[in-house]
Ligand binder design. Structure first.
Ligand code: PLP
Length: 248
């Protein structure tokens, strides 16, 4: 068993324990493994252990990886599913629409419209989440909570997109209680949108450091990178505030 496969087992154990503590069915929480900065061989290793959903932040890096792994690794097994979880510049929407299965970082109508127009006819609709800036974090993208419903209704009406839910990346909080409080605000917004007539089934929140609190708050999709693949060579946080051109 590889280190990645061992780490995956541990993450599954953490998810199961959090579900049990929160009184939730473990089948209601899926794992997105975030493979940014790691090569195709890391994806292959996770895939060999049954992991099929992968998250990527940097479009050009992702497209290379997706293309390299396009040959069915094993026809008997579920195909890879790729989620875009990084910021999207207008000039990258075509690449995203052509290569990804999901986009979790929609926070502007203009980007959503381009993704819908550019989604190839032969592919299933692009599954999307609206990214919410829940705590006003200065370097974070995302729509403000009070603007989420209006954007969600517009996105839900686009023909080649299928709106699935909300995604959020809160600022790191000092402890479990504080983490859960912030995640609960995303959860409350998610519930409010569903009361308003949307049928959302995906609440994407929680990462390596805070997946337990996110699961307690109702997350249905945790996005885990370093706990599976190890520390990244490039500290992603240092890129968050830099200019879009360096993000690829
Ligand atoms: C990098 C990244 C993750 C994974 O973060 P880890 O702390 O390594 O688990 C999750 N979500 C987003 C949006 C990311 O950019």
């Amino acid at each position: 068993m590889t280190m990645i496969q061992l780490n995956l087992q541990q993450v599954h154990t953490r998810i199961a324990a959090a579900c049990q503590a929160a009184g939730r069915d473990p089948d209601t929480v899926s794992l997105l493994s975030v493979s940014k900065t790691f090569g195709p061989e890391a994806v292959r290793s996770a895939w060999a252990a049954g992991q099929t959903a992968f998250g990527e932040n940097y479009i050009q890096e992702a497209v290379q990886k997706i293309t390299a792994l396009r040959q069915p690794l094993d026809v008997a097994r579920a195909p890879l599913q790729w989620h875009c979880i990084g910021p999207i510049q207008s000039n990258k929407t075509r690449l995203v629409a052509e290569h990804f299965d999901w986009v979790q970082t929609v926070d502007r109508l203009k980007i959503a419209e381009r993704l819908s127009e550019q989604r190839p006819a032969g592919l299933a609709p692009l599954q999307v989440c609206i990214q919410v800036n829940i705590d006003g974090g200065p370097t974070k993208s995302g729509v403000l909570p009070q603007e989420a419903l209006a954007l969600a209704l517009q996105v839900a009406a686009l023909p080649r997109l299928r709106l699935r839910g909300l995604m959020s990346i809160p600022e790191p909080a000092p402890d479990f209680v504080a983490e859960k409080q912030v995640f609960m605000r995303v959860r409350a917004l998610f519930d409010a949108l569903n009361v308003s007539g949307l049928a959302l089934d995906t609440l994407s929140m929680g990462m390596s450091a805070d997946l337990e609190a996110a699961i307690h708050a109702g997350s249905t999709l945790v996005r885990v990178g370093s706990a599976i693949f190890g520390a990244r060579a490039v500290p992603i946080d240092s890129l968050a505030g830099s200019s879009p051109s360096t993000l690829g």
